[in-house]
Design a protein around this ligand. Structure first.
Ligand SMILES: C[S@@+](CC[C@H](N)C(=O)[O-])C[C@H]1O[C@@H](n2cnc3c(N)ncnc32)[C@H](O)[C@@H]1O
Length: 215
């Protein structure tokens, strides 16, 4: 999986839906960035969260298991190689649906944060949409609903301070190409998504959730 992501690094650096968006703006705002703020970007991918947090004045470290993403530290979210309470803010955007143990990762993010944890991810729509995600990209594990996210935060010792929902427009053919999904597999994905696709686009329900460390 790691090599696969390294091969895709350039596509994720250039991807419009990753480099910008309402979800990115909100995630950065909820991190409460500033000159004295230290932040960790977990699953940094093309580095867009890190870039935006740096532009807002933060000192940022990046983590990703794929060396090709050129993170500061190569590591999985489930095993963060940092001491307890190392960062004011820990962020993770549109990546948790690839984690094999999402609860372990949220617990790790809570452990290394001394202030806030902000996570943004796609939310669950239906089993056929989950199947479409897996056919397109076998590294897809699962999208979760709002109640599941709330429970992950509570189990990790985080008090939910904010939770917002939005839809992100996704261009289907670019999305398939980014994961190298073509031919019969691509056709199967289009069939599984069915009438969610309108004029080559699909709306992705997305959640941004912020937690604070409990005292
Ligand atoms: C869609 S990209 C991330 C996008 C990026 N956060 C952004 O905002 O543009 C997903 C990333 O998750 C990483 N990843 C996959 N499994 C992971 C895990 N268990 N822990 C941390 N990162 C993981 C991949 O290497 C990849 O870089």
């Amino acid at each position: 999986m790691t090599d696969l992501w390294s091969e895709r690094a350039q596509a994720y650096r250039e991807s419009a839906i990753h480099s910008q968006g309402e979800d990115l703006d909100l995630l950065v705002e909820l991190c409460e960035p500033g000159e004295s703020v230290t932040a960790l970007d977990v699953a940094t991918g093309g580095g867009h969260v890190a870039r935006r947090l740096r532009e807002a004045g933060c000192t940022v470290f990046t983590v990703d298991p794929a060396p090709g993403m050129q993170p500061d530290v190569v590591a999985r979210g489930e095993e963060l190689p940092f001491a307890d309470s190392s960062f004011d803010a820990v962020a993770c955007r549109v990546a948790a649906h690839h984690f094999h143990d999402v609860l372990a990762a949220v617990k790790e993010m809570a452990r290394v944060a001394r202030g806030r944890v902000v996570i943004c991810d796609n939310t669950f729509v239906s089993e056929s949409s989950e199947e479409a995600d897996r056919v397109r990209d076998p590294s897809h594990v699962r999208n979760y609903g709002a109640a599941e996210w709330q429970s992950f935060f509570e189990l990790a010792g985080l008090e939910v301070a904010d939770m917002r929902f939005m839809e992100r427009p996704l261009e289907i053919e670019l999305w398939l190409a980014r994961a190298g999904c073509e031919g019969e597999d691509a056709q199967r994905v289009r069939e599984l998504l069915g009438d969610r696709i309108v004029d080559g686009w699909m709306q992705l329900p997305t959640l941004v959730i912020k937690g604070r460390k409990k005292a």
